[in-house]
Design a protein around this ligand. Structure first.
Ligand SMILES: NC(=O)c1ccc[n+]([C@@H]2O[C@H](COP(=O)([O-])OP(=O)(O)OC[C@H]3O[C@@H](n4cnc5c(N)ncnc54)[C@H](OP(=O)(O)O)[C@@H]3O)[C@@H](O)[C@H]2O)c1
Length: 238
């Protein structure tokens, strides 16, 4: 089986690479930096930062046409010390355009570009599951706490983009099943500043989350719809 991991350098991305290798898969690992790990069955392609790099990487995947059975897109940002600085907004006064734009660029635009450019590569006879890391806080129906305007809105927009893509994939690449996946709070750089309030036993390791993602993906078949599921495989309210 060939598994494509986009954002392979992040906490969950690296764990997905390890889990796929443990299953005996060949792994195509895409990240902005150095290879996340060295392995005979892992091929690393560098470049995932912008539209140009996405197109250049996808061009290198042409030989895998119809032969990729799993795609995991982990790309996402919640906070950053690099410019533009990002930190989840607590109230409306915290809103600024640069933070909103950067959140949408990373959480919505980049994953959607991957989905769009990958369609011709994924189209084929074999079933393929494409999972994008979303978040429960992207649920409009579930939003009772408020705050985190940029992150919430950009993940909600990602969900809508994926649902729209699912309609088109059903017509043009019906072998592909789309999944918006909420990993639960996972111990990575992304969640580190927000882990203190997490209940006992509810802070997951990236390896646990990767195992859940594979087990849930294995139970999905192409059906022309987007599933929005959490780490237990339970549906989340849109
Ligand atoms: N950790 C949690 O508790 C949690 C909860 C809910 C949802 N999620 C979602 O899970 C996904 C993975 O997060 P993580 O916890 O593994 O965090 P992480 O370790 O910070 O990884 C973030 C990933 O996003 C990519 N990325 C970040 N900024 C980028 C940029 N400017 N351009 C391109 N790529 C960029 C990184 O790509 P490189 O590989 O190129 O570095 C990395 O793979 C995210 O989409 C996140 O929203 C996480």
């Amino acid at each position: 089986m060939n598994t494509l991991v986009i954002g392979a350098g992040g906490g969950i991305g690296q764990a997905v690479c390890r889990a796929a290798l443990d299953r005996g898969d060949n792994v195509l690992a895409i990240s902005r930096g150095a290879p996340p790990l060295q392995h005979a069955r892992l091929r690393h392609l560098e470049g995932a930062a912008n539209e140009h790099e996405v197109a250049a990487v996808v061009a290198q995947l042409e030989d895998y046409g119809g032969q990729i059975q799993r795609v995991v897109i982990t790309t996402g940002v919640l906070h950053s010390d690099a410019e533009p600085r990002l930190f989840p907004e607590k109230r409306l006064e915290d809103i600024n355009a640069a933070q909103l734009e950067q959140s949408f660029a990373v959480n919505t635009v980049l994953p959607l570009l991957w989905v769009a450019r990958l369609l011709p590569v994924l189209k084929g006879k074999d079933p393929c599951v494409l999972a994008a890391l979303s978040a429960r806080v992207g649920s409009i129906g579930d939003n009772r706490l408020g705050g985190w305007y940029s992150y919430r809105s950009s993940k909600a927009a990602l969900n809508m983009a994926l649902q729209t893509a699912a309609v088109e994939f059903a017509r043009r690449a019906a072998n592909v099943k789309l999944l918006a996946f909420h990993p639960g709070t996972t111990d990575t750089t992304l969640s580190r500043p927000f882990q203190s309030g997490v209940p006992e036993g509810k802070l997951f390791t990236p390896d646990f989350v990767a195992a859940q993602l594979f087990s849930i993906s294995d139970g999905l078949a192409p059906d022309g719809t987007l599933s929005y599921l959490d780490w237990q495989g339970q549906p989340i309210d849109w």
